[in-house]
Design a protein around this ligand. Structure first.
Ligand SMILES: Cc1ncc(COP(=O)(O)O)c(C=O)c1O
Length: 415
C-alpha cells in the first residue's frame, strides 16, 4: 500500500508523458481537463512519436517489399502483434487479428462465426448494458436467420445478473457476448463466473474489452474466452486500429469478412484460397502507422505500475464520490460503491445532459453527454440521456476539485 504523497508523485510522473494535458482551453486559458477518457484516451508522447516515426522514417508498405525499409516496417508491425499476444496472454500470435476497432472486431465474429456456425432456433445472450456495437452487429449479421438475441438483465449494482443468466439458459443457448466493463457504469462484470457457466454448457464467449484494455485486465487464458474485442484508441493508442483475439480453432474455420490483397494464398477466377492466420483476416494495406502507435501504447501500459494504478483509481473514485454526494442533485447510474473504474454517468431530471456538458465545456472541462451508444441501458434506467465523466490515471485531484466547483456553478446556472 503506497502513501498518498507517493501516489501523487507517481501521478505527476505519468502526467509528464502526456503533452496533450497542456492543451489550453480558449475560454479559461487553463489547460483542458479531460474527463472524457471512455470515449477515447489521451495518447502519451511515445505513441505520437511512434506514429510520426512511421510517416517520417519508414513510409512504406509492409509484407510486400524486400527493400530494407519494407522489412524494418514489417518487423515493427509484427512485433506489435507479439507485444499484444504476451500482454493478453494469448497462446499464439496467429490469434491476434488487427481490425479497425472493437466495432469491426465484433462484426467479424458476428459474420465470420455466428452467421456460419449458428442455426435457426439457436440463441445468443447479450446483456442490457451493451454498447450498440455489441447489439447491432449481431442484428445485421443474423437478420432473417431465425437466431434469437436475448438481453440478460442487470443486478442493482450494474453487473450481469447471474441468476437470470442461468435460469434463461436452454439447450438452444449457443453464445454470449458481453462487456468486461460497461462504458456507462464503469463496473466489471463477473467474468470468471460467466466463464464457468459458459464452459459447463459449451457456450461460446465473446467479451467486449473496449473499456477494459487500458486497465490491463484482459487475460484470455484466465477468461478462457473464445473471442475478445478491443480498440487501440481507448488504451492510449491511435484511432482506426483495434484487435480481435480469437481461439485459433475458431479463426481457422471462419471465413474472412473482407477480400483483397495480403489475405490470399492463390487467386484464380474459378477458385481462391486464403492466406494463413492471422493474415486471412487482414485484407488490403493495413493501418501501419496506427499499429506502430499501438505497439508504443502497449509498451507504455506494460511499464505502468499496476498496483499504483489501482490505488490511484481509488483516490480518484473517493474524491469523485464526495463531489456527487455534496452536490446531491445528480443521480449516478450504477452503484457508486461498486465502481471498478472512475467512470460516472449522471443525470438530474430538471437538466438536459447536453446543457450540463456544454456548460462544463465553458469551464474547460470535457465530458460526454447523450445516450452513450447504449439506448437499451438508458431505457432500463428510465432516462434518455446522461452526462458522463470518465477519468484516467493521468487525471488528478486538483482537476476533480475544479470539476466539482464547475458542476456547482452549472447547477446554479441551470436552476
Ligand atoms: C464498451 C464499448 N464497446 C464497444 C465500443 C466501440 O468501440 P469503437 O468505437 O472503438 O469500435 C465502445 C466505444 O465507446 C465501448 O465503450
Amino acid at each position: 500500500m503506497k502513501n498518498l504523497e507517493t501516489l501523487r508523485k507517481q501521478n505527476n510522473q505519468w502526467r509528464g508523458h502526456f503533452d496533450s494535458l497542456l492543451i489550453p482551453c480558449k475560454k479559461t486559458h487553463h489547460p483542458w481537463i479531460f474527463f472524457d477518457n471512455a470515449a477515447t484516451s489521451l495518447k502519451p508522447n511515445s505513441v505520437i512519436d511512434a506514429v510520426v516515426k512511421y510517416y517520417r522514417e519508414l513510409p512504406v508498405n509492409i509484407h510486400r517489399s524486400v527493400h530494407e525499409l519494407g522489412e524494418e516496417a514489417t518487423a515493427i508491425y509484427e512485433n506489435t502483434r507479439d507485444e499484444i499476444q504476451t500482454w493478453i496472454k494469448a497462446k499464439k500470435r496467429e490469434e491476434i487479428i488487427f481490425t479497425r476497432g472493437t466495432t469491426e472486431s465484433l462484426n467479424l465474429v458476428a459474420h465470420g462465426y455466428a452467421k456460419k456456425f449458428l442455426n435457426a432456433g439457436d440463441e445468443i445472450f447479450l446483456s442490457t448494458s451493451e454498447h450498440h456495437s455489441n447489439i447491432v452487429s449481431w442484428q445485421i449479421a443474423l437478420k432473417d436467420l431465425g437466431i434469437k438475441i436475448t438481453p440478460i438483465p442487470l443486478n442493482h449494482d450494474g453487473t450481469i445478473n447471474l441468476e437470470e443468466l442461468k435460469s434463461a439458459t436452454t439447450e438452444h443457448t449457443k453464445m454470449i457476448s458481453y462487456p468486461a466493463i460497461s462504458n456507462v457504469l464503469g463496473i466489471i462484470n463477473p467474468i470468471n463466473e460467466i466463464r464457468d457457466w459458459a464452459k459447463s454448457k459449451g457456450i461460446i464467449t465473446v467479451i467486449d474489452g473496449a473499456q477494459a484494455a487500458v486497465h490491463s485486465i484482459i487475460d484470455v487464458l484466465e477468461w478462457d474466452a473464445d473471442f475478445v474485442a478491443f480498440s487501440g484508441h481507448k488504451m492510449l493508442g491511435p484511432t482506426g486500429i483495434g484487435i480481435l483475439y480469437g481461439k485459433e480453432k475458431w479463426l481457422e474455420q471462419m471465413d474472412p469478412l473482407f477480400g483483397g490483397g495480403d489475405m490470399i494464398d492463390q487467386v484464380a477466377f474459378d477458385k481462391t484460397t486464403y492466406n494463413q492466420l492471422p493474415y486471412k483476416f487482414e485484407a488490403g494495406t493495413p493501418s501501419i502507422g496506427e499499429v506502430f502507435g499501438l505497439g508504443a501504447a502497449v509498451k507504455f501500459i506494460k511499464n505502468l505500475d499496476q498496483e499504483a494504478l489501482l490505488e490511484w483509481d481509488k483516490v480518484l473514485m473517493n474524491k469523485m464520490e464526495k463531489v456527487f454526494q455534496e452536490l446531491d442533485v445528480f443521480t449516478v447510474l450504477g452503484d457508486l460503491k461498486h465502481k471498478s473504474t472512475p467512470l460516472y454517468s449522471f443525470y438530474a431530471k430538471a437538466f438536459h445532459s447536453h446543457d450540463v456538458a456544454q456548460l462544463l465545456s465553458q469551464f474547460g472541462i470535457a465530458i460526454r453527454s447523450g445516450h452513450l451508444c447504449a439506448q437499451p441501458l438508458m431505457k432500463s434506467f428510465g432516462v434518455t440521456a446522461v452526462a458522463r465523466a470518465s477519468l484516467a490515471f493521468y487525471n488528478n485531484e486538483d482537476e476533480i476539485e475544479r470539476f466539482g466547483e464547475a458542476l456547482k456553478k452549472t447547477k446554479a446556472m441551470l436552476q
